[in-house]
Design a protein around this ligand. Structure first.
Ligand SMILES: Cc1ncc(COP(=O)(O)O)c(C=O)c1O
Length: 401
């Protein structure tokens, strides 16, 4: 006699917490473009948010030496003293800050650093002021922590400028945090030092925290690069988050950091001690080489990005109906494509980006993920030849829409 095993399917019951957030919109585009590539389709990729440069040789050498010398054990949770000192040193030299070792924690990328920082500062029901357009992950990190985002809408014709007056209008007794990101992803908007200082001063006066995401701080093409870390008098109210990903073309290595008051850094380390523990030991050695070694590579990449930016913006502006601000930093153009909405069954930026990918095989990221419905994000971290190939396809596509 055989036993009949009935297949009982149990519905997967996940937490309310995980259901509050969505997968990253940029990751979704990368995955779809990859799928097309696997089918042998020649995709021009303006979707990925990462440098096309290789990691500098001296950084790679340091990692290889770390492997050879068996630097392969656990390290302190927030990074080795050597790495913490290197982060503090680099920041002091470049931005006139005065952090101490207890005021820095190294994490597994800037994203991890931001996740930790938001987790330790934002509680259920707290309000977080977030300028639009925002980097995709801020909103979901805040929601995961139980907070509510209060969106600060800025004016595209003013370069998406954010001022203290605009922030002040949104402050309520529940406001816990303001997130700044300059230069910004996706618009490449750069806050001037006066506006940043005014926002940090306002936050300090009102007892509100500021997290300044400065992952693109070295990719500033206009004015002087600026970190809120230099505003020493307000330092008990802000955290600076940095990353080696974009600065040294090290996205896959995963090394970011938080600078801030020792009490908050202690909490960040406590959280990290119960999740990832330390960032990879050999990457820490590579990071020390990046931060303490020659900085010429950073300037060379910045100059090349400037050339690529000018090229892509010129090309986009030549497409009838496309309007594009000149980004002042990072490596994204954020053209406004609202002139095409309502044509040929296209009703949203997501429709435009979807059609661009499927019909002419150009990957971009639709603005919805960044909080605007009238833009697509074009990453220009690629070669001039690749920009030209993509621009040509986009010209044909928009010309026929
Ligand atoms: C604004 C912004 N912050 C943080 C990050 C995180 O970068 P990483 O985790 O590679 O350091 C990114 C990456 O795209 C970003 O665009």
């Amino acid at each position: 006699m055989s036993t009949v095993v009935s297949a009982v399917t149990h519905p997967v019951r996940l937490t309310e917490r995980i259901n509050r957030i969505e997968p990253s919109a940029t990751m979704a585009v990368v995955a779809e473009a990859d799928k097309l590539r696997q089918q042998g389709i020649d995709v021009v990729d303006f979707g990925a948010g990462e440098p096309h440069f290789a990691t500098p040789q001296h950084v790679k050498d340091a990692a290889i030496a770390a492997i050879q010398s068996n630097f392969s054990k656990y390290t302190p949770v927030g990074g080795t003293a050597e790495l913490k000192d290197a982060i503090v040193h680099r920041h002091a030299v470049d931005f006139d800050s005065d952090y101490r070792r207890e005021e820095v924690c190294a994490s597994v990328g800037g994203k991890h650093a931001l996740f930790n920082a938001i987790s330790v500062l934002v509680d259920h029901g707290d309000e977080v002021i977030l300028p639009v357009p925002y980097w995709v992950s801020f909103k979901d990190m805040v929601r995961y922590a139980g907070g509510n985002c209060v969106l600060l809408h800025s004016d595209e014709s003013q370069g998406f400028r954010v001022t203290a007056e605009m922030v002040a209008r949104l402050v309520t007794p529940k406001t816990k945090l303001i997130i700044l990101n300059s230069p910004s992803n996706p618009a490449g908007a750069v806050m001037n030092a006066e506006d940043m200082t005014a926002v940090v001063r306002l936050a300090h006066e009102r007892g509100i925290w500021v997290i300044s995401d400065e992952c693109y701080v070295y990719l500033n093409y206009g004015g002087q690069r600026f970190s809120v870390g230099s505003l020493r008098e307000f330092r008990d109210r802000f955290l600076v988050v940095g990353s080696l990903s974009k600065t040294y073309a090290m996205t896959g290595w995963r090394l970011g950091y938080t600078l801030g008051p020792a009490a908050v850094i202690g909490a960040v380390q406590k959280l990290q001690s119960q999740s990832t523990s330390n960032p990879t030991s050999i990457v820490q050695k590579a990071a020390v080489a990046a931060l303490k070694g020659p900085q010429q590579c950073v300037e060379e990449m910045r100059q090349e990005y400037t050339r690529l930016r000018d090229h892509v913006v010129d090309g986009l502006r030549l497409i009838d109906g496309v309007n594009c601000n000149m980004p002042q930093g990072a490596f994204y153009a954020y053209p406004n494509i609202s002139a095409f909405l309502g044509r040929s069954g296209v009703n949203s930026a997501a429709d435009v980006a979807g059609k661009l990918l499927r019909e002419v095989h150009v990957a971009t990221v639709p603005g919805e993920g960044f909080g605007t419905k009238e833009h697509i994000r074009v990453s220009y971290a690629t070669t001039i030849a690749e920009l030209d190939r993509g621009l040509e396809r986009m010209r044909k596509f928009f010309g026929a829409l």
